[in-house]
Structure formats: structure tokens, C-alpha cells
Ligand binder design. Structure first.
Ligand SMILES: Nc1ncnc2c1ncn2[C@@H]1O[C@H](COP(=O)(O)OP(=O)(O)O)[C@@H](O)[C@H]1O
Ligand SMILES: [Mg+2]
Length: 277
């Protein structure tokens, strides 16, 4: 699926009247099969951008077009069909407690099913083999019969991502998928998502806190700041000075991630410190 934003403004219904728009005058175009990372300080509008593309938030100005269609003028059935082609993974996956992992994964397929199929599916999980495969891709196959509320935060987050592999969608919108993962698992998870998306020509748009993952694992990086487009560049052109400008006054959000941007020369250890094993 391709995505086009034309001078889009996004305001949350619950936002104070005086509050600035979460997204302001944003125009961009993403082609089918592209892989894009969206970065920027907290509050920059990354989640709002995904919500606008997912047709979860109506633009207060401008248009978001998904495969040439404006979701907000479609009939209910056409909108349902469009939603069936997109997979939106919120930062905290909505996994109902007491549900087994296999059932939670099968729910990833629901948008493409009839109501009757989905009811049957919830009672008799027939997609065990694809669920095992999807979980295996995130190193979780042994958790298939576990209850989701007995998983760790990181495992739950990976189950949320495995749902993408199960879904029939051709547009994946993934919000901060790595917040509960250690750096090694985070890279593995993104490698899985990007490889699977590429193999199926799926458009992948991911917001990320981890700037190093964005610039090394995605071909295109979009920087948002204060709801506006700060840059839209091939990742090779996202230099340290570009990042420093994006995160100016928010440098702590880069701490420990993009160390070369703020290279602090290592101080020699004081002579009186004894190094113990
Ligand atoms: N549901 C909401 N109601 C009101 N304001 C919101 C809501 N969600 C986000 N905002 C505001 O919109 C702006 C952008 O938020 P968000 O898109 O969540 O940024 P990010 O994901 O980059 O941290 C922030 O100022 C935030 O306070
Ligand atoms: Mg966010």
C-alpha cells in the first residue's frame, strides 16, 4: 500500500483548545514496499502520525490517502475492507488478560475474516502452525499455550509483533516496538519485521526511540519535531548534526543510544581506584 499526506493537521479530540496541533502541515509520500522509521523527541507527534495513517484519527485539515483512498469518505464496508489491509500495532499491544498466546495471535487475522469465521477461530484456534512459525520468528515458540498475562513485558511486546506476521495486511504501522526489549533482541525483532515486510512487499512504517536502529536498519528516516517535519532523508544522510538538531534540548533521549553524537572523551580512571575482578 502507498500512503500520501497532503498538508495534514492532526488534533486530538481531548486536547485543550489552546494546545498546538499534534501534527502541523505535514506532507509526505510513502511508496508501496518502502520501509520508513519515524524518530523525534517525546511529544513530537510520532504516535499521532501513525494514528492518522491508520484512520484512527481524522485529520483536522488536509488529507491522508491510503492506496489513493481517503478513508474518511469511504462507505462503512469499504472502510472495513481498507482497515483489513492495514495492521496497526500500538506501543502497548492490546492483549486481553487470561487469553492464550495462540488465541491472541489468531486475532491478528481477524480483520480479514467474516464474523462467523472469527468466532469459530476464537473457539477452535486452527492457525496453530502459522502461530508457531510467527512466534518462532521472534524466538517465542515455546510460549504458544501460555497465558499472555503471564508473559514478561518484552515477551508480550514480541507477541504483539508476531501478530503482524499473522495478519493479511499490506501496510504495517508499528509504534515504538522495542521499548521493553534489550538492544540485542530489539535488533533481532526489527530484522525479522523488515525481512518479512520486504519478502511480502509490505509497506512498513515504524516509530522508534532507538536512533541507531532507525539509521542502520531502515533505508529512509523521517524526523518529527513539535508536530512538524524536521527532515525526510535516506538513512545514510542522517548525520550526527542532523540528529543533534532534531534532539536539541532533548539530548537525554539520545543518551546511550547515539553516543558518537555527543562524544564525551573517556576520562582516565583516578589512580586510587583499584580494579577488582
Ligand atoms: N489522546 C490525546 N489527547 C490529547 N493530546 C494528545 C493525545 N495524544 C497525544 N497528545 C498530544 O499530542 C502531541 C503529540 O503526541 P504523540 O503523537 O503521542 O507524540 P510522540 O509519539 O512523538 O511522543 C503531544 O503534545 C501530546 O501531548
Ligand atoms: Mg509515541
Amino acid at each position: 500500500m502507498n500512503v500520501t499526506l497532503d498538508h495534514v493537521e492532526g488534533r486530538h479530540p481531548a486536547a485543550a483548545r489552546a494546545a498546538p496541533s499534534a501534527i502541523t502541515d505535514l506532507s509526505l509520500s510513502i511508496q508501496r514496499g518502502e520501509q520508513v522509521a519515524v524518530i523525534g523527541p517525546s511529544g513530537a507527534g510520532k504516535t499521532t502520525l501513525l494514528q492518522l495513517i491508520a484512520a484512527a484519527l481524522k485529520p483536522s485539515f488536509g488529507h491522508v490517502m491510503v492506496d489513493g483512498q481517503d478513508p474518511w469518505v469511504l462507505s462503512t464496508s469499504a472502510l472495513q475492507s481498507l482497515r483489513g489491509h492495514l495492521f496497526y500495532a500500538p506501543q502497548t499491544p492490546p492483549l486481553p488478560p487470561r487469553q492464550r498466546v495462540v488465541t491472541a495471535l489468531a486475532a491478528g487475522r481477524l480483520p480479514g475474516m467474516s464474523l462467523w469465521q472469527s468466532v469459530v477461530q476464537l473457539v477452535y484456534p486452527r492457525h496453530v502452525a502459522p502461530a508457531v512459525e510467527a512466534l518462532g520468528a521472534f524466538d517465542l515458540s515455546e510460549k504458544i499455550w501460555d497465558r499472555v498475562d503471564r508473559l514478561s513485558g518484552g515477551e508480550r511486546q514480541r507477541v504483539g509483533l508476531a501478530r503482524a506476521l499473522m495478519s493479511p495486511a499490506t501496510l504495517w504501522l508499528v509504534d515504538e516496538p522495542l521499548s521493553a526489549l534489550d538492544p540485542k533482541r530489539a535488533r533481532q525483532a526489527i530484522a525479522t519485521l523488515t525481512q518479512r515486510a520486504q519478502a511480502r512487499n509490505i509497506t512498513l512504517i515504524t516509530t522508534l526511540h532507538q536512533v541507531d536502529v532507525a539509521t542502520t536498519m531502515f533505508p529512509r528516516v523521517i524526523g518529527l519535531r513539535d508536530g512538524r517535519l524536521a527532515f525526510d532523508l535516506p538513512s545514510g544522510q542522517v548525520t550526527q548534526s542532523v540528529l543533534a538538531a532534531l534532539y536539541a534540548q532533548h539530548e537525554h533521549e539520545l543518551a546511550g543510544i547515539a553516543a558518537p553524537v555527543f562524544d564525551i572523551p573517556a576520562e582516565p580512571a583516578p589512580a586510587n581506584i583499584v580494579h577488582c575482578r
